[in-house]
Design a protein around this ligand. Sequence first.
Ligand code: ZN
Length: 359
Amino acid sequence: MSDNSLRPGVVTGEGYTTLVNAAKSGGYALPAVNVVGTNTINAVMEAAATANSDIIIQLSNSGGAFYAGAGMPDGFQAKVMGSVAAAQHAHLLAEHYGICVAMHTDHANRALIPWIEALLDEGEKYYEKHGKPLFSSHMLDLSADPIDFNLSECARILERMAKIDMSLEIELGVTGGEEDGIGSDFDEAADNSKLYTQPADVLQAYDLLNPIGHFSVAASFGNVHGVYKPGNVKLRPEILKNSQSLVQETHGTGNNPLHLVFHGGSGSEKAKITEAVGYGVFKMNIDTDTQFAFSEPVGRFVNENPRAFLYQVDPQDGTPYKKFYDPRKYLRAGELGIVARLQEACEDLGSKGRSIAES
Ligand SMILES: [Zn+2]
């Protein structure tokens, strides 16, 4: 346990910055895992507790909607209230897992700014009541828009977030891959300078946002969402180093002044991950890998017990199948798949055994 230890549970404000700084100075990064419901959120907390690692839990807008229920009539309301429900779930339960959890929302493009603003309405209400925000941070991804619009909107939203002790993640440069609908033609895209964040843009962001509040940068260095054939993607972590150096030299800061985020980390080489972490990456997003980690054992369970998914009682020999089709059986198999996959992630990122939660 370090001097910087925190009470277990959801961390926000100073607790969140302590968590970020502990990772950066300790030379490790935290997995940031997308969840879509109680099974996945609980599995991620269990995984973190098992690895004795702190963890970042995040929801996309569609993950939030699914959390509220795919049948909820008002789709926008579902995106908002489902995300709120997930955050409240974590506030209630995380401390009982004995680790620190940062709650975050994933990509919000221009069309989703109203989602973020509605979440801030809820966050402000929660802050008034509890003295802390619902979420530790939100992401605003306006990387598809001109940089001036991107940064002025980020500044406007961060002004509001800073008042309730929240951090903002921004994106500069475009992360390729399915999640963003950019397509998967990376042989061509890899030559595109838009796929690599420009250090001058990062400096512009730092100049504008650093005086306002706490923020982090998802930078593009050849990373892509989803998993593709090896060799299709050329990761260039030195781009992160160049951005850090430019800010450090311009402002005379200490080493690695920027808090960097690695999107599209599923399937990355361990050496490149370690290099990126050395350049100030404290958060690596993991979504695709944990989706498969959940679904693969569920599929195996169904394949091993096919008749239990056709009959309650076998018409041939009268075997009762209740103990196989009980949803807890296969959902638990999926949860354990996530727990196992995240042990590897915590090892790759160096966060295993490094929780700063008081025991
Ligand atoms: Zn992403």
